[in-house]
Design a protein around this ligand. Sequence first.
Ligand code: NAP
Length: 287
Amino acid sequence: MRTLVSRLIHSNPSFSRLNVTASSKIARSFTTDSNQVDEPFKVEEAETVNIPPPPTDKLLVLGGNGFVGSHICREALDRGLSVASLSRSGRSSLHDSWATNVIWYKGNLLSGDSLKEALNGVTAVISCVGGFGSNSYMYKINGTANINAIRAAADQGVKRFVYISAADFGVVNFLLRGYYEGKRAAETELLTRFPYGGVILRPGFIYGTRTVGSLKIPLGAIGSPMEMVLQHAKPLSQIPLVGPLMTPPVNVTSVAKVAVRAATDPVFPPGIIDVYGIQRYSQHKSK
Ligand SMILES: NC(=O)c1ccc[n+]([C@@H]2O[C@H](COP(=O)([O-])OP(=O)(O)OC[C@H]3O[C@@H](n4cnc5c(N)ncnc54)[C@H](OP(=O)(O)O)[C@@H]3O)[C@@H](O)[C@H]2O)c1
């Protein structure tokens, strides 16, 4: 009987994931004289297992040649996904070796059918498209461009869509009206079109190494110590107007990790994830 149980456990992968305590309890329960199970089945602790996403998952990163987008492409490739990117300049100035594994598309989200070919066979989209300028330009690039992408992806049957938005910055919101109004308009569209698979990340300042041409700018030199101090100052962020300026910066690798997970994990909760949520999810083990 013990051999039979052992074979059962080892032939079934879901059994073998349970920890040893649980397996020995099952064995003990089955070896009693009567047919009754003498102890209730109890799993004390299940081990987290690192299962890579199915190789068929194809991710499209909008703005994959930008600062955040390039880290997202890298993270997705490391997780075994097939990765494509679309932006106005295509591959642009990136010379890193991982970049050869990305399919680069050139296209402008503000013009017509740019996305059609790039969306072919795609299961999830992450949009890093955004920018600064005049109020009307900021509305277009953060709002309209992303709204166009969200609509095209929904029409094409894409399952999950992650949008890199931005945290509120109190008084700054007024000065950058077009930026924030655009962000919030794109968020509304995403929640409407992707009620079950739409995730909005709202980081504050994102730090890490930003590549500009052949230059690598280490923004972490400022961002990292600020994050350490401000992550413990959450109550201060509740102060009206100036409180949001206390939002801690977040590492670009954390944003990338959470974005890829949100795009590929079917049980990742839809909705808005603030900077504290990004920090929390980035510390979870990958599933
Ligand atoms: N960096 C931060 O500290 C920070 C903080 C909070 C939120 N965010 C948000 O995070 C996102 C990514 O930021 P980032 O710092 O990585 O910006 P970035 O480096 O400027 O990247 C923006 C990307 O969008 C692409 N893009 C712009 N307009 C486009 C269009 N019309 N069609 C297609 N692609 C277009 C750009 O490529 P092309 O120029 O080649 O088109 C680029 O790849 C943005 O939405 C930003 O608002 C950033």
